[in-house]
Design a protein around this ligand. Structure first.
Ligand code: ZN
Ligand code: ZN
Length: 176
């Protein structure tokens, strides 16, 4: 997702790219990128700076925090990045005033800007802290580890449950 800033003329540069999912290394135990990442937007110059505004769409496979099932999650987000030239000793060439809080700030060097890391950040930030397969996900039984969305059990379910403990319990039961 690299653009030469020389390609960005006075009137800006419209772009639309479909970037292979492998490029983003979003691949953890509870979140895997399953679709290529579609990004479209516009690059504009502002003095030495480059402004990028656009939108992003892709798909993830994520794990429900409560019941640990995997399900697909569509990511749609607005991308706003302010690229400033990097000079020596990693300091920005000038101070910028951020007027909008949701604008990400990045450096660029050698006349090229790279959207990969802001795009990756946006994908990860779009995930809620608690990911639920559905709002009323019943989770796993803390006693026997059964998925309460699909089955009922005879355990006394009191108070809150911790799916990690339930998983441990499941493992213990397997070892018996
Ligand atoms: Zn769930
Ligand atoms: Zn149970």
């Amino acid at each position: 997702m690299i653009f030469d800033i020389e390609q960005i003329y006075e009137e800006g540069l419209d772009f639309e790219v479909l970037e292979p999912k492998e490029r983003f290394s979003v691949d953890s135990s509870d979140c895997v990128l399953t679709e290529d990442v579609k990004v479209q937007g516009k690059l504009e110059r502002s003095g030495p700076d480059i402004l990028c505004k656009g939108s992003l769409e892709t798909g993830l496979s994520v794990t429900c925090t409560r019941c640990l099932c995997d399900f697909s999650f569509v990511v749609k987000g607005q991308l706003k990045v302010h690229f400033i030239p990097r000079v020596e000793n990693n300091k920005p060439a000038h101070e910028i005033e951020l007027t909008e809080l949701d604008v990400e700030q990045e450096f660029y060097e050698e006349g090229q800007i790279d959207l990969s890391s802001p795009v990756r950040d946006l994908i990860l930030l779009s995930l809620p802290q608690v990911i639920l397969c559905r709002q009323d996900c019943a989770g796993l039984c803390p006693e026997c580890g059964i998925n309460l969305n699909e089955n009922k059990c005879d355990c006394k379910n009191e108070g809150s449950y911790d799916p990690r403990l339930a998983v441990l319990q499941k493992l213990k039961d397997k070892l018996k």
